[in-house]
Write a protein that binds this ligand. Structure first.
Ligand code: M6R
Length: 608
């Protein structure tokens, strides 16, 4: 979703902000803009399209290097089409205040009407223009900007992270947050505000995570945090980010997505680090200390994280016999879910900022249900609001299409299953030890197999890139991977793909099968292999072409068997996952699509 960067300090502010926007590009956007104080007024430059357009406009404008404070924004359109007028920053009636905003002001229509009655006119269709104009109106009545901002925000319903600059106070920025991410970067003689840490990581690793209901005011050499409603000062801890700038760069790969797929061996190692007892090979999850075994675990998530949750259900129920339900967060939050004492909610989110997932988390907490957050981004809202946090340690995931995050979520879910199983005493030590060893060996196995997997993916991609539609089939624990394979393909190549439980195919989708409608199957040599093979024979009989991920030594008469190394039980998922990711990647790259920033998508979906 929208990306925000604000800067005050000793460097030329506009280039710092532009560089920050580049590092936030992965969030997804359709227009961009920048504002900075300039000779007693404000300069606002904005353009539809990619950042290159804004850069050209800045070059044309010239004279942008003098500003030492600025704010900038990449917009992912919600209210109003993505054009120059609706791009941020927006200004108040005086033209002396400019605002950037991530979120949705739900009561913007009422506020707009109220302002219109006072004679305020509007140039855009956005909710943000309404908010900045409301601040501008209050500014006439209030002694300070902070009061004006506080009054306006107290009236705003919905979600926001906002940053404001004023021509009357060059060098100062005001910001606030409610349900949209905002982080303060603390530098030496400079301070930063951003939607996400990578925006300012080359300059500082010292950060303060802003919470809902907080306002932050920065100058070059000081920062201050206040309560939005009361304006009372607040003490906040400065935290140090441990990952480095390189982790958020492409490192020689053509795309972030490819780099992140190839990082999965490291991700598995990092997830396991410190979690396996050296002698006993027992799983250690100290984060869950004091938490009893759940009577039922309800997993709540969106998108790829939801599919990881579905996979988690298979392994937790199979290995630990703990009942698990999995809910799509946007459904769960409005379903009036029945949650009972003794149950627990596990929210799964890479970003930790997904609006629907957070709503699910809050709903569970309101009902007194303990919440475990399984998330990647340290200090994110999920991490801060959950009762217990399991970090996935995947490092920054920049590509909009999630890849290594799912791998890390699956590792953690398998560890959770093994730890529940050990506590219940339902899994014999030999089986549990074999799975732990298998997990420990997985990084090496993947490092060996990934280059060949990529070659297979590339060859198949060339053969199938012209298809209009794909059916992805899997059964049991491979069914969620079929869903994920279909999601990856459609989101980056824009080829329609549907994931289906293989056994369900004959209840409808089989009608679609013909020689132009290929099937991508997951047919590992496991307990369900015979069943999947029968399903594929049915596809074949109708002239359907088939690619199948399988293991050496099986008998499968299909067009393109794609052999993966054979590993035990649920571990097969860790070989299937990169294969479906690479297939989608190679098709999208072959078709010349914008792999890392697919159209219409945002990395972190911070609005409903
Ligand atoms: O940050 P989260 O894990 O909460 O994000 C959930 C989904 O928005 C995300 O997985 C989305 O589906 C990705 N585009 C998948 O590649």
């Amino acid at each position: 979703m929208c990306g925000i960067i604000g800067y005050s300090g000793h460097r030329p502010a506009v280039p710092v902000c532009m560089e920050g926007l580049r590092r936030l590009e992965y969030r997804g956007y359709d227009s961009a803009g920048v504002a900075f104080p300039n000779r007693g007024g404000l300069t606002v430059i904005k353009e539809p399209g990619k950042l290159g357009m804004l850069e050209q406009a800045l070059e044309k404008a010239g004279n942008v290097l003098g500003a030492t404070s600025a704010l900038a924004h990449t917009r992912w359109a919600t209210h109003g089409v993505p054009n120059q007028v609706n791009a941020h920053p927006h200004t108040d009636a005086s033209g002396k205040l400019a605002m950037v905003h991530n979120g949705i002001i739900e009561n913007f229509a009422e506020l707009k009407q109220e302002l219109a009655h006072k004679g305020v006119t509007f140039q855009t269709e956005t909710d943000t223009e309404v908010l900045v104009k409301l601040v501008g109106e209050y500014r006439k009545e209030c002694a300070t900007m902070r009061e004006a901002l506080s009054r306006a925000l107290t009236r705003a319903e919905g979600a926001y992270a906002v940053v404001l600059v004023s021509a009357d106070h060059p060098g100062r920025l005001w910001a606030a947050r409610k349900q949209s991410p905002l982080v303060l970067g603390v530098g030496v003689g400079e301070n930063f505000l951003a939607s996400d840490v990578p925006a300012f990581l080359p300059y500082t690793r010292e950060v303060v995570f802003i919470d809902d209901g907080e306002m932050v005011i920065i100058d070059a050499d000081r920062w201050q945090i206040l309560d939005v409603a009361t304006l009372a000062p607040k003490e906040k801890e400065v935290k140090t980010i441990t990952w480095d700038v390189q982790s958020a760069q492409k490192g020689g790969y053509k795309h972030f997505m490819l780099k992140e797929i190839f990082e999965q061996p490291k991700v598995i190692r990092d997830c396991l680090a410190g979690r396996i007892g050296q002698r006993t090979q027992s799983v250690k999850l100290p984060e869950l200390e004091g938490l009893p075994l759940p009577g039922r675990l309800v997993i709540v998530a969106c998108g790829t994280s939801y599919y990881a949750g579905l996979w988690g259900k298979y392994v937790i129920e199979k290995l630990a016999r703990v009942p698990v339900d999995v809910a799509i967060a946007s459904e769960f939050r409005y379903a009036d879910p029945i949650l009972s004492e003794g149950e627990q909610v596990l929210v799964v989110s890479q970003s930790g900022e997904t609006a629907d997932t957070l709503a699910g988390l809050r709903l569970a907490k309101e009902q007194g249900i303990p919440v475990i957050g399984l998330c990647n981004v340290v200090g994110s809202s999920v991490a801060r609001e959950s009762d217990h946090v399991l970090y996935t340690q995947a490092g920054p995931e920049i590509s909009v299409a999630s890849t290594k995050a799912m791998c890390s979520q699956m590792v953690m879910l398998l560890l959770l299953a093994l730890s529940y199983a050990a506590r219940k005493g339902v899994l014999d030590e030999e089986e549990s030890g074999a799975l732990v060893r298998g997990l420990q060996e997985m990084p090496g196995l993947l490092e060996e197999s990934l280059p060949a997997m990529r070659e297979s993916a590339k060859a198949l991609a060339r053969m199938y890139a012209e298809a209009d539609s794909f059916l992805y089939l899997g059964r049991g624990a491979c069914y969620p991977l079929a869903l994920e394979g279909a999601l990856k393909l459609k989101e980056i190549s824009y080829i329609h793909a549907e994931g289906y439980a293989a056994g369900e195919m004959k209840h409808g989708p089989i009608a679609l099968i013909d020689p132009r409608f290929p099937t991508f199957a997951i047919a590992l040599a496991d307990d369900l292999f015979g069943k999947v093979r029968s399903n594929l024979i049915e596809v074949k009989a109708r002239g359907g072409k088939i690619i199948a991920l399988t293991n050496p030594g099986v008998e499968l008469e299909i067009d393109h068997p794609w052999f993966l190394p054979k590993v035990a039980g649920p571990l097969g998922a860790f070989t299937v996952l990169p294969a479906v990711q690479l297939f989608a990647y190679e098709i999208a790259d072959y078709l010349g699509k914008d792999v890392d920033q697919p159209r219409n998508l945002a990395k972190s979906v911070t609005v409903e």
